[in-house]
Structures are given as structure tokens and as C-alpha cells.
Unconditional design. Structure first.
Length: 265
């Protein structure tokens, strides 16, 4: 097996295709997260006219259009891409179809964490930017869904011998700025935002993950049916706050600029 193939991209596409009709169920959460990211545009003095929305699931493109930008949206899933309005394209983040210098802003809201070659995808996104264009991305980092990961691992260890990966692996925050620098962005910055989600019904957490297209697509996932009682046992073990199940979403907010055009001699 290719050691670089951490994620099953066919499964990622299938999950997002399946989620497209249901993503409205999590539109408030996706909109809040998109707003936090797109708000970083307002911290700059630059005017942006043409933006690329990568995997925004209908939440990012409207925010950019409200700021007067022309927006092109893309998603691995054609059904999910269509939620953003036109122009849109079904496009694999690992093999982007856009010409160099096509955009002066790229926004990727929680959409790059299922990519196997993240450095390569970041390089392609930098190439798609015009000189001094801005790249903004949010990426789940280590600690995201940690409560669910621990609960599932401990429950599965009780029910059978060993446990399989059921929550995606996430990078560490400290690695994110380095990834930007490695991809050739200037002034790379990665800071952290944290959101605690509370669920009166813990099963709603699993429904939300499914509606967002965020179900397990790890290549090494167990393809067999989960042990009977796994999810009820794990969900009952989640930490509680005021009687509601608690999980954490920890995001790296990544900012980088495309370098200036090289001066001709």
C-alpha cells in the first residue's frame, strides 16, 4: 500500500455526494465556521476581485459574493459543488484544473483535511493565485473530536480485541505554518481557534458528521460492520457539560500570500 495514501479519495467523494442533499442540516455550523475564516479578509487592506472557493459546501461563496467578488467554487463532489451556484466545477484538490494566476484570493474552509498530498495541493493553490494573492484556509488539527476518538477506542477495546481508526488523523498546529512555507507562500501564519459543540442527543453528533460529508474515509478503516453496541457505548462515555455531550473542534486558521512576480532582467 502506498504510505502516502492515508485517505480513500473515492470514499471521500462518495461521502460528499451522499451528504449534498442533507448538508443544509449543518448549514448554521458551516456558515459560522466560514464566517470566521472569511472575516480574515476584512483584516487586510487589499481589494480582491476574483476568488476560488475550495470545498465550501454552500457556506463560503455567498460570503465572498457579498463582498463584491466574482467567485468560482470547486469540490471533489459534483453534487456538493453545485450547491455553491455557478460558476462551479467538480475538481480534485490533488489535481486542480485552474491556470496559474487565475485568482487573487483562495478560501478553503475545512476542506483540505482529506487530502493525501497536502503540500502538493497547497503548491497548486499557490500557483492558482496571482502574485501577492491571499490564501486562507481552516484545517482541523490535533485535538479535534478527541473526546469521540477516545470514547470509540475505549469502547471498541472492550467489545473486541483491539480498535480500528474511526476518526481521521489530524496534523499538529505547529506543522501548519511550516506547510505554507514549504509550499512557497510568504508571511505564513497559522493560529488556532477552538469551538466546543454541545449535543443534548449524542447521536446528533454522528448525524451532523454524516450530513457534512465527514464520515470516516481513512484507508485503513475497518470495512466490516461496527461491533453491536459500539456507538451507544462510546456516545454514552462522552464528557458532559450541563447534561449535554461535549466535543471539541480545534482549527488552524492558515494565512499565506503568493510571492511577488519575479522581476525580468
Amino acid at each position: 500500500m502506498d504510505p502516502m495514501r492515508v485517505f480513500d479519495r473515492a470514499a471521500v467523494r462518495m461521502h460528499r455526494d451522499r451528504a449534498a442533499p442533507a448538508v443544509v442540516q449543518v448549514s448554521d455550523l458551516l456558515g459560522d465556521l466560514a464566517g470566521r475564516l472569511v472575516g480574515r479578509v476584512d483584516d487586510t487592506t487589499r481589494h480582491f476581485s476574483r476568488a476560488l472557493d475550495v470545498g465550501g459546501r454552500g457556506a463560503v461563496a455567498p460570503l465572498l459574493r457579498k463582498r463584491g467578488m466574482e467567485v468560482v467554487s470547486c469540490d471533489l463532489s459534483a453534487s456538493m459543488a453545485a450547491l455553491n451556484g455557478t460558476p462551479c466545477a467538480a475538481a480534485d484538490e490533488e489535481f486542480l484544473p485552474f491556470a496559474p494566476g487565475s485568482f487573487d484570493l483562495v478560501v478553503a474552509s475545512l476542506s483540505l483535511h482529506w487530502v493525501n498530498d497536502l503540500p502538493g495541493a497547497l503548491i497548486q493553490l499557490r500557483h492558482a493565485l496571482r502574485p501577492q494573492g491571499l490564501f486562507l484556509a481552516s484545517l482541523p488539527v490535533l485535538g479535534t473530536l478527541a473526546e469521540l476518538r477516545v470514547a470509540l477506542t475505549e469502547a471498541e477495546a472492550i467489545l473486541k480485541d483491539g480498535a480500528s481508526p474511526r476518526v481521521s488523523p489530524f496534523p499538529e498546529l505547529r506543522d501548519c505554518a511550516h506547510l505554507l512555507q514549504r509550499a512557497g507562500f510568504t508571511l505564513p501564519v497559522a493560529d488556532q481557534e477552538e469551538l466546543v459543540l454541545l449535543y443534548a442527543d449524542p447521536l446528533a453528533l454522528l448525524r451532523d458528521l454524516r450530513a457534512a460529508g465527514e464520515t470516516n474515509a481513512a484507508t485503513l478503516r475497518d470495512r466490516r460492520p461496527a461491533p453491536a453496541g459500539l456507538f451507544p457505548m462510546a456516545l454514552s462515555a462522552l464528557p458532559r457539560h450541563d447534561g449535554r455531550a461535549q466535543v471539541t473542534l480545534r482549527m488552524a486558521i492558515m494565512t499565506g500570500w503568493a510571492p511577488e512576480a519575479a522581476c525580468s532582467q
